[in-house]
Design a protein around this ligand. Structure first.
Ligand code: MIC
Length: 645
């Protein structure tokens, strides 16, 4: 039977289960990706598995998030990661070498392979036709140890692209168009597969932009065919040998389907404070702008920086605008410099930063009070920039450059009256720089691992009790992101390897009293709305609440990665059978889950919950494997138990 490309890659990697949407499957993982903010904990978890060496075909560790070294903590973590990589045979990309997604595409990505990354934007590797999935650090640690990755078999959503993008419109507008149509939970449980004649008009890095931000649609991953453009990119990177052709079989079908004519896409912008709050740039044109940032974890490629440079060349940013550039990698910056782009940007007043995520995760670059910031980043959840009540918009480099020049949101097509659209060609041969990557070697395997004082041992987690009594610690609404649960930013991120310390910040932006309140409770439950835990892969949004006593979360629905992280750390992910019951539970209520252990062990999917003499029904949709992990109090407990027996 003819197969679409996603199912072909899944079938080639399937080690457990059947490719039936919704059923749990186990797939072999070829590449693993860690970044430093999630990676320090993931590396500690890998160490806890007691292996001598990684077993994945290629494991890479990037240092791109915690780049500000305001004290010893981040620098200590960098040293820990560097020494652990040397010891276990992992590629180490040094601080400042670039954003994981960009560097992995440049140096390691290969069509048709699977990748698991402890970063939700890992699907950016769609740019080189990988099936790349974001996951919690523990799942990545297990994949590094050679274990399969388990996930609900996704549906495949085929999007047929036709036409080509008009001048002043680029890949960011394509993914914003998808977000305008489907919003932040429209693609949960799906892999988006783009195909059709329009695909060839998109370069590898355009496809990276679309894959990276597919995550904001809730998608499990994004897949593109591997074609002449993929080949061109890999050859330009000096890695032509990695190319192979891949596409859906003729006559294959999709579980769901849509058409997108690239020729009809116009400049779009996601308004505060959700990537799904998309409007046309025309609708918000004229809004005063204080800050523009081009680059970071998405839109930081050669093309993105070069198009910005050519637009601002010979002019200066508006005096009211702080204009920043965050290159995706040193290699990007070197190639932009080689073609004169750096000088054009400097003369236009740009502040050029080191390569990395930076302001995207609140590591600096916070806007001032009441200021409007336009960023090419992937997400703009409330307060994520580091500024309370922030006004962050997400847009293309073209729209960002237009705002930098004019001082207000401007449809970039208006610049067409002043200049021709600078269509950028990728270099035929990139300047390649691997100098900041430390490759594994036998010699390095002798390295002693160095740990700083902020790196604390993994906390002990008790197994699930027979009956669970818990107090409602907080009740939140729909689309609460992991940034709302466990904020990032330069104050909190350095605590990622110290669970006791980071737990003091749980729900800090949503309810500053939360931690004091939960400390007076023995066990706690959190009540949530739809799409609870959307956004990042950070397992700390499960582990830190668990450390504080959260044993269950009851929501209308969960985001995929967060739900898996809850199971990994022994928190029951319950959903309302009847969504109206959401209104019947309030903070301070005491709830009881009678005989929960036994119900879990017997595979019950309907779990009664008693509240003030009333009983409501909840639903527990987890696999047999996840049930065992929940009973043990978390995946590490379970794996350790199995190692003992
Ligand atoms: C993000 O963009 O939210 C992050 C920061 O990259 C996270 C990972 C993290 O919290 O460390 C992600 O996307 O998974």
């Amino acid at each position: 039977m003819p197969q679409n490309l996603t199912r072909k890659i899944l079938a080639a990697h399937l080690v457990e289960g059947h490719l039936t949407p919704g059923e749990e499957i186990g797939i072999r993982i070829d590449h693993t990706l860690l970044q430093d903010a999630t990676g320090t904990m993931a590396m500690l978890e890998f160490e806890a598995l007691g292996l001598e060496q990684v077993k994945a075909q290629l494991a890479a560790q990037y240092v791109d998030h915690n780049l500000l070294q305001t004290d010893f903590k981040n620098a200590d973590d960098h040293r820990y990661l560097q020494t652990a990589c040397a010891r276990f045979g992992i590629h180490f990309s040094r601080p400042g070498n670039g954003v994981s997604h960009q560097v992995h595409m440049e140096r390691f990505g290969r069509p048709g392979l699977t990748m698991l990354g402890a970063d939700s934007h890992t699907p950016g590797a769609a740019g080189v036709s990988m099936l790349a999935i974001g996951a919690g650090g523990l799942d990545v640690a297990l994949a590094m140890a050679g274990h399969p990755y388990y996930l609900p078999c996704p549906k495949v959503f085929g999007v047929m692209l036709t036409g080509s993008l008009p001048d002043w419109v680029s890949a960011k507008d394509v993914i914003l168009e998808m977000l305008r149509r489907y919003d932040v939970k429209g693609c949960i449980g799906k892999v988006i597969e783009y195909y059709g004649p329009g695909v060839l008009s998109l370069s590898a890095t355009d496809r990276e932009t679309i894959g990276n931000m597919g995550t904001e649609l809730g998608a499990t991953s994004t897949v593109f065919p591997s074609d002449a453009r993929t080949r061109q990119y890999l050859e330009a990177q000096g890695r032509g040998g990695a190319w192979r052709e891949l596409q859906a079989d003729a006559g294959s079908s999709y579980d769901e389907h849509a058409d997108l004519d690239l020729g009809t896409v116009e400049p779009l912008i996601a308004c505060p404070s959700s990537p799904g709050n998309v409007k046309t740039v025309r609708e918000v044109a004229g809004t005063h702008v204080d800050q523009v940032i081009i680059g970071s974890s998405v839109n930081s490629s050669f093309r993105d920086l070069m198009v910005t440079a050519r637009i601002v060349e010979g002019r200066h940013a508006h005096p009211g605008v702080a204009f920043h550039i965050n290159p995706g990698s040193r290699q990007v910056l070197e190639n932009v410099a080689d073609q004169g782009g750096v000088m054009a940007l400097l003369l236009a007043g740009a502040r050029i930063h080191q390569s990395g995520c930076l302001g995207c995760i609140g590591m600096g670059q916070a806007p001032g009070t009441g200021q409007v910031s336009l960023r090419t980043f992937p997400r703009n959840f409330p307060g994520r920039s580091g500024t309370k009540d922030d006004q962050v918009y997400l847009c293309s480099p073209e729209t960002g450059a237009a705002a930098a020049l004019k001082g207000e949101i401007t449809d970039p097509r208006e610049l067409g009256d002043e200049m021709a659209y600078p269509r950028i060609e990728d270099p035929a041969t990139y300047l390649v720089d691997e100098g900041s990557i430390i490759f594994p070697s036998d010699e390095l395997r002798q390295t002693e691992i160095v740990r700083g004082p902020n790196i604390k041992p993994f906390p002990e987690l008790a197994p699930l009790p027979d009956t669970l009594m818990a107090d409602v610690a907080i009740k939140v609404g729909d689309n609460i992101s992991t940034d709302g649960i466990m904020p990032a930013g330069n104050k909190v991120l350095p605590l990622r390897s110290n669970i006791e310390a980071i737990s003091e910040f749980v729900f800090n932006q949503v309810d500053p009293e939360f931690v004091d309140r939960i400390k007076a409770m023995e066990n706690a439950i959190v009540i949530g709305g739809d799409n609870y835990g959307q956004g990042s892969s950070r397992e700390h949004a499960a582990l830190a609440p668990r450390f504080l006593g959260v044993r269950a979360k009851l929501a209308k629905s969960f985001a995929r990665i967060h739900k898996a992280n809850l199971c990994n750390f022994g928190i029951l992910p319950l959903t309302f059978k009847n969504p109206q019951d959401y209104d019947a539970i309030n903070p301070g209520d005491r709830v009881v889950l009678p005989e929960i252990r036994q119900r879990l062990a017997s595979g019950d999917t309907e779990i009664p919950l008693e509240i003030g003499g009333r009983r409501i029904m909840t639903s527990l949709q987890v696999s047999a494997r996840e049930r065992q992990h929940l009973l043990a109090g978390g995946t590490l407990n379970f794996v350790r138990q199995t190692l003992k027996t």
